[in-house]
Design a protein around this ligand. Structure first.
Ligand SMILES: C[S@@+](CC[C@H](N)C(=O)[O-])C[C@H]1O[C@@H](n2cnc3c(N)ncnc32)[C@H](O)[C@@H]1O
Length: 231
């Protein structure tokens, strides 16, 4: 009999951004990035909510969505499941995770290829800086939150300049959504102060783990639409 907490390593790789480990603990898949516990799939409701909350604020069809951070694939799979989405660009820093996705090791995305899904190995900050007015939604889940970074180099994503770059990467009216394992009122306030942002929301998502209750959060903002005289 397999003990519930028995560890079984599915993959381990090292590269420019540290070591990444994918493992199973009994029925649960865990991801450790650069020595930081990044996630498991005990409760993926908030990773999926990152996609559904952003997409239900996006009008229209033929949507193009950027997902920053592949992780175990739950956010990307939820975006793909929306029939209004034409293209999902998933940007992941760790090449091994992209390889493991392609071999079916990620529980959220067990069967690839999938229509409309494009996996990129890159730093999402660099991708956002390249593409003004490109996406209808930009979903960021690359850390445990702005206050608990997986890589210190990600700090710039949550700065005023980083948030302005993410907003500029959206088509007018597009939605930026940022996941956090803690309430992130400072992030919401920083976004609300930006001239390129409107309709900032700070959603608290209660999650039960190990008999304890936690408030995870998603911060959303919409890219300002040009006034009709400017359009
Ligand atoms: C918590 S996981 C994402 C979970 C994902 N939302 C899901 O549903 O499974 C964070 C991921 O972001 C990646 N990451 C961290 N910094 C990044 C960056 N600057 N650019 C792209 N990916 C990054 C990590 O390697 C990790 O795979």
């Amino acid at each position: 009999m397999i003990a519930d907490d028995e560890l079984h390593e599915l993959g381990r790789a090292s590269g420019a951004h540290g070591e990444v480990v994918l493992r199973r603990r009994g029925p649960v898949t865990e991801l450790v990035v650069d020595g930081v516990f990044a996630m498991d799939d005990v409760d993926t409701s908030t990773e999926r909510a990152l996609a559904t909350e952003a997409l239900r604020r996006c009008p229209g069809a033929d949507l193009r969505v950027l997902v920053g951070g592949l992780g175990l694939g739950w956010t990307a799979a939820t975006v793909l499941a929306d029939p209004r989405v034409a293209v999902v660009d998933v940007v992941e820093l760790q090449p091994a995770l992209v390889d493991w996705a392609q071999t079916g090791l990620l529980p959220g995305l067990p069967s690839l290829p999938a229509d409309g899904l494009r996996l990129h190995t890159a730093d999402v900050a660099a991708v956002l800086a390249v593409g003004p007015s490109t996406w209808d939604a930009v979903l960021l889940d690359v850390d445990n939150g702005p206050a608990f970074l997986v890589h210190q180099t990600n700090a710039g994503l949550y700065s005023t300049a980083g948030l302005a770059t993410a907003l500029a990467a959206l088509r007018p009216g597009g939605v930026l959504a940022v996941w956090s394992a803690d309430p992130a009122p400072e992030l919401a306030a920083r976004l609300a102060a930006l001239p390129g942002a409107t309709g900032v929301e700070h959603l608290l998502l209660p999650v039960q783990r190990d008999g304890r209750s936690f408030d995870y959060a998603i911060v959303l903002a919409r890219a300002v639409q040009p006034r009709s005289a400017d359009a």
